[in-house]
Design a protein around this ligand. Structure first.
Ligand SMILES: [Zn+2]
Length: 198
């Protein structure tokens, strides 16, 4: 417990040190600018808290330093207020950019739209299953399962999974069907040969 408290205290001290460094970096930049009388520009009493807030909102110290120069170059009546406005505008642009990235990602994740109706899918799946059931053993039927299910469990009910599974069943049933026909043809030929011999 004492150890945990010490860790929290250390972290807080580190945080305080870090913030103090950032405040100094900001102030150094701010004070490089002076008015025609050689005075530095006024900062409100809340400036450290305001800087902390901007940093927490997502700006980096490099942004702040850059925007100090932007704000100073504009001869605003209240340089601090103008500077804060620049910061919030940049944050908003960042947010807009982030929103655009998210919406572009969402597009590639968009759900499918298909011309298949649910009853067409059901019909297709039903006929494949009937076809496969007449030709395949339990093992082959069990071997057709979707990525969301285990061996022998079929499909999860998602239309894509249903179609994919029914195609696998049809494909296996087709090859079984061809093999049976070939075997039958061979048997018939053998029968014919035998009866010709007789
Ligand atoms: Zn599935």
């Amino acid at each position: 417990m004492a150890e945990a408290l010490q860790i929290v205290a250390d972290e807080r001290a580190l945080d305080r040190e870090q913030r103090a460094r950032l405040h100094t970096a900001f102030l150094d930049e701010w004070n490089t600018w002076t008015n025609w009388r050689g005075d530095t520009f006024d900062l409100p009493g809340s400036w450290k808290a305001d800087i902390d807030q901007l940093l927490r909102a997502g700006l980096r110290i490099d942004d702040l330093i850059e925007l100090v120069d932007v704000a100073m170059a504009v001869k605003a009546k209240d340089t601090w207020k103008y500077f804060c406005g620049c910061c919030w505008r940049r944050l908003k642009q960042d947010v807009d950019c982030a929103a655009e990235i998210v919406s572009r990602a969402a597009l590639s994740e968009e759900k499918l739209v298909t011309i298949w109706t649910n009853s067409q899918i059901a019909e297709h799946v039903q006929s494949s299953e009937t076809y496969a059931g007449g030709l395949l053993g339990d093992d082959s039927i069990s071997s057709a399962y979707c990525p969301h299910r285990q061996w022998g469990e079929g499909d999860c009910g998602d239309p894509v999974c249903q179609i994919e599974r029914s195609e696998a069943l049809s494909w296996m049933a087709d090859s079984m069907n061809r093999k049976r026909k070939r075997d039958e043809a061979i048997m018939n030929e053998l029968d014919e040969l035998e009866s010709a011999d007789a």
